[in-house]
Write a protein that binds this ligand. Sequence first.
Ligand SMILES: [Zn+2]
Length: 271
Amino acid sequence: MGWNKAAEAALARLAIRCCLACLPLAVLASGALAQSCNGKPDALGTARVMALDPAVFPQVGTVQYPQTVPLRDHEVVLTFDDGPWPSSTGAVLDALAAQCVKANFFLVGEHAQASPELVRREYAEGHTVGTHSETHADLAKLPLADAEKEIQDAIAAANAALGAPIVAAPFFRAPYLSTTPSLLQYLSKAGLMLWSIDVDPEDWRPSTPDEVVERTMAGLEKKGSGIILMHDVQSHTAAALPKFLEELKSHGYSVVHVVYGSAKEAAAHAQ
Ligand SMILES: [Zn+2]
């Protein structure tokens, strides 16, 4: 990955400074909560916040790309795709809040339009809101112009749900992780960071909550760290989360929350 310890430490310092300076009050309030987590000293919490610039990290996730986010051993980033979904996203947010854990959400534009209050709740509770196409189409099978429209429409839908001046993070995950070289070029030009994954619990499969926990922990044990893909549209995932977060804690994992930070912002805050 090319990150030595000094660079990693510098990035972490910048990320914390940037976040404290740039994030809105609602996020800061959640961050302050993470220190005590409602008086629960044994909560998993969010170990650190990492601000990443898409220009430096155009694609992340070792399932498809050479690099991932610069994590240490036993650090994970929790990501949730396909929502928001009225019957399950609220339970996911409740489980994360109970442990003061911040996550990264990748919204489907149509779902954001249908449940804008859940998008606002994700943001208000300090999570990062990225996008995952307008209709969950397989972008590699569309003409490039249509694929670009899927991406732009989802961002517009997320922004409309959030309400100005708040905007979605420039973080994008392709449905089915399906892309083309032309799409990679487009995303890069548009300043969007393309998120693949490191650990896939396959929670889209019919499963019991315990099976979701077992598959996720087994995948993590193999990788040691990484971006975990889950789906907040799945009720078994929502049901699995309380136990999964407990397992992360008991197995010595910590959670990293990734936010957008431009190189310019990072430089400004480094002075
Ligand atoms: Zn998806």
